[in-house]
Design a protein around this ligand. Structure first.
Ligand code: COA
Length: 325
């Protein structure tokens, strides 16, 4: 697998920490010192699939791959436009990738890493040659804007990569889950299969107002323990040392989490680029958005070996390795 192109899309409306302090009892000092986040982009009317399609078009242009050549589209999202059709099918229609098999993957903020690992397995099997992997989330529509503990953390956006098969020996990737800790980070549906029809209709309407709930400290402890572990694990199974890694592209949730991971790995913080100050936690989109920025700013050079690692609801976590071309 080779990452042949990257693209991203952020909606135009920006909400700063000061803007949020007018909505909930918070302030810029608290948010920036506890999280590193200064602002986030919020969609005004754009859907998840529209953001995903814009990131996809940018990635295809960067890769110089036509939509007709794409054989697989995976969209990692927990905020798809609707349950059916899948967001990946809507992206297919929007960009004209008529030959692609399309499906969504739900692994919350780890979604992009899981989708990358899934696409890698398809490519390695020889089933497909070109794949589009997209992380897209509009968390603003499932946030409780009266809950200061969560609403300050997230933003909307989409990022995409184009993957192609190569003859070179590939890397092995890692995906992990722990369903027993699912309650730490939730976005509930209120659907009850035993309800009568009218009640069911009402409960489905209610589910549209489901909101993210979180045990912040439990998630923090989980992330700073599991992310360094999975990075060590992915290096070990691929026979690599930390010195052979040019840069770690981590899920962008909290600056303190990234700093803690760097410290536990005994790696310099310079090897952990961050952009969460500008976008907040964009869920499954955070890693491909950061990849695209690193690519465009030429921070990634040909031959650089990078580790991507994510964590999130489920709970889920995982890591992938790529060599920049
Ligand atoms: N503004 C001001 N005060 C806030 C606040 C806000 N936005 N949110 C919470 N507080 C208050 C709390 O009410 C609490 O007040 P109290 O001491 O009077 O009870 C105090 O700040 C400390 O809250 P606490 O939850 O202990 O803060 P924290 O240091 O653990 O930081 C998080 C909170 C959410 C930033 C941190 O736990 C975190 O980042 N967790 C991981 C979350 C995450 O990344 N989730 C997504 C994973 S994909």
């Amino acid at each position: 697998m080779e990452i042949r192109g990257t693209g991203s899309y952020l909606p135009g409306k920006i909400i700063t920490n000061d803007d949020l302090s007018e909505v909930v009892d918070t302030n810029d000092e608290w948010i920036s010192s506890r999280t590193g986040i200064c602002q986030r982009h919020i969609s005004e009317g754009e859907t998840t699939s529209e953001m995903a399609a814009k990131a996809a078009v940018a990635a295809l242009e960067d890769a110089e791959v036509s939509p007709e050549e794409v054989e697989l589209i995976i969209v990692a999202t927990m905020t798809g436009d609707e349950a059916m059709p899948g967001t990946a099918c809507k992206v297919q229609k929007e960009i004209g990738a008529v030959h692609a098999a399309c499906f969504d993957l739900s692994a919350a903020c780890t979604g992009f890493v899981f989708a990358l690992n899934t696409a890698n397995a398809y490519l390695a099997s020889g089933m497909y040659r070109n794949a589009l992997v997209i992380g897209a989330d509009m968390v603003s529509k499932v946030i409780d804007w009266t809950d200061r503990a969560t609403c300050v953390l997230f933003g909307d956006g989409a990022g995409a990569v184009v993957l192609t098969c190569t003859d070179k020996k590939g890397y092995r990737f890692i995906s992990h889950s722990d369903g027993s800790m699912g309650n730490a980070l939730m976005l509930e549906h209120h659907y009850d299969r035993n309800l009568e029809t009218e009640q069911r209709r009402l409960s489905i309407e209610q589910s549209a107002s489901s909101k993210v709930s979180m045990d912040g400290q439990a998630v923090f402890r989980f992330a700073v323990r599991r992310v360094p572990q999975v990075i060590e694990e992915v290096l070990c199974i691929n026979g690599l040392s930390r010195e052979e890694i040019g840069c770690y592209v981590l899920h962008q949730a909290n600056q303190r989490i990234v700093e803690a991971v760097a410290k536990r790995l005994k790696e310099p913080l310079e090897k952990f680029p961050m952009n969460l100050q500008n976008y907040g936690n964009t869920s499954s989109a955070s890693i491909p958005i950061l990849l695209n920025e690193l690519d465009q700013s030429k921070r990634l050079k040909t031959g650089d070996r990078i580790v991507m690692a994510g964590f999130g609801g489920g709970l889920t976590w995982g890591a992938s390795i790529a060599e920049w071309i």
